[in-house]
Design a protein around this ligand. Structure first.
Ligand code: GDD
Ligand code: MN
Length: 358
């Protein structure tokens, strides 16, 4: 049986891939292996360059993906095709140290079922990182260690390996967004025996990094979903943030009406409520519920009407609870705040099930 399947995701790495394959050929020469390059149809034709080398390297497979994109999802595509007992992942840009792969294999021999290449233990380091990148990496690591039960030193490592059984047991639970595929396995694999292997993360010589602010946002979102998100859905937090923005908008509208118009207080309040409901609707449609966004005139129109009706229901709940609490002698602010919170939960739950139901 193939001992190790090494998955190499690539995007615009035409200069790096021939060098890397040559290095792998040398350092893994005695090992029964397959190397699977997963390329997302790179404009620089990385896939073609790799394919041309497969006559030279019988252990090389190249997958060219035409529609899917993204690092994590490329890794999962590679895992699906892999036949090895151990499934490893390595960057194609020569920043990971291929020599460490041999140490990975001996860690599996010693009983590990997840092995993580780490820049942060003895024997690990990074080459010429700016202080800013060091800081971002430090913050991300601390966040992961707080959020997740598994205490590895380098949870964002893109250099790691899994026993096939870990992959098979967890593959249906994995969310393939962004760069944090290892994190998903660490968070979900219940019987993980994790070992770390130090290596030096080298500077990039050819091509450029694809790590963007979007990747960082996805990462923070994933950390939340893998920890607290099991109890309070991330969507509810988004809904809450937009709810607060509504309060800000309403206050500004009242301020504007008072300053520049001769509307009565009641009219100003009515306008502010209507405007904040409308902005809340659109912001939720574009952000909180973007996966099932309403579009087209009639669908949006129907959504706006339903959203209003639900908000009205929420207002009644808010008022009913506040009055009840006032009756028990609670302070007016506290009574209203509790009413507001319960109404927000109600609004959210009904909107999920009616306005933005898929
Ligand atoms: N197929 C495919 N599709 N491959 C991709 C994509 C994509 O959309 N985006 C990036 N890759 C490949 C790159 O070609 C490279 O081989 C590897 O994934 C890593 O991408 P880089 O853009 O070089 O990432 P980095 O060096 O900034 O980030 C490294 O460090 C991070 C933590 O500091 C990676 O190892 C990350 O996995 C790691 O989280
Ligand atoms: Mn890189």
């Amino acid at each position: 049986m193939t001992q190790i399947s090494l998955i190499i995701p690539t995007y615009n790495e035409s200069k790096n891939i021939p060098i890397l394959l040559d290095k792998l050929d040398l350092c893994l020469s005695g090992i029964n292996k397959e190397v699977i390059v997963v390329d997302d149809n790179s404009p620089d034709k990385t896939w073609e360059i790799a394919r041309n080398l497969s006559s030279q390297y019988p252990w090389l497979k190249v997958i060219r993906r035409m529609t899917d994109r993204g690092l994590s999802s490329a890794v999962l595509t590679g895992f699906e095709q892999a036949e090895g007992k151990i499934l490893a992942v390595m960057d194609s840009d020569l920043q990971h140290d291929e020599e460490a792969l041999v140490l990975f294999l001996s860690a599996f021999d010693k009983g590990a079922n997840i092995v993580v290449g780490s820049r942060k233990i003895n024997g690990g380091s990074v080459e010429n990182w700016s202080p800013i990148r060091k800081f971002v990496s430090w913050v991300a690591t601390v966040m992961a260690r707080i959020a997740l039960p598994c205490k590895v030193t380098d949870p964002m490592s893109g250099f790691f390996a899994l026993d096939r059984s870990i992959y098979l047991d967890n593959k249906n639970k994995i969310n393939p967004r962004g760069f944090k595929i290892l994190l998903e396995f660490l968070a979900r694999a219940e019987n993980a025996q994790v070992q770390e292997v130090g290596y030096t993360f080298k500077g990039r010589i050819h091509g450029e990094s694809k790590l963007s602010s979007r990747v960082i946002y996805d990462y923070i979102f994933a950390l939340y979903e893998l920890s607290l998100g099991q109890y309070i859905p991330a969507r509810f937090i988004k809904y809450g943030i937009i709810g607060l923005s509504g309060l800000l908008i309403a206050t500004s509208v009242i301020f504007f009406c008072q300053k520049f118009t001769s509307f009565s207080d009641a009219t100003s309040v009515a306008i502010s409520i209507e405007l904040s409901i409308l902005t809340n609707f659109f912001l939720n449609n574009y952000w909180t519920f973007k996966e099932n966004k309403l579009f087209g005139f009639w669908k949006t129109f129907r959504g706006i009407i339903t959203f209003h009706a639900i908000c009205l229901g929420g207002a009644f709940i808010n008022q009913a609870i506040a009055i009840k609490m006032l009756g028990y002698g609670f302070d007016v602010y506290l009574s209203n705040a509790l009413g507001y919170l319960v109404a927000a939960i109600w609004n959210y739950m009904i909107n999920v099930n009616i306005t933005w139901k898929v």
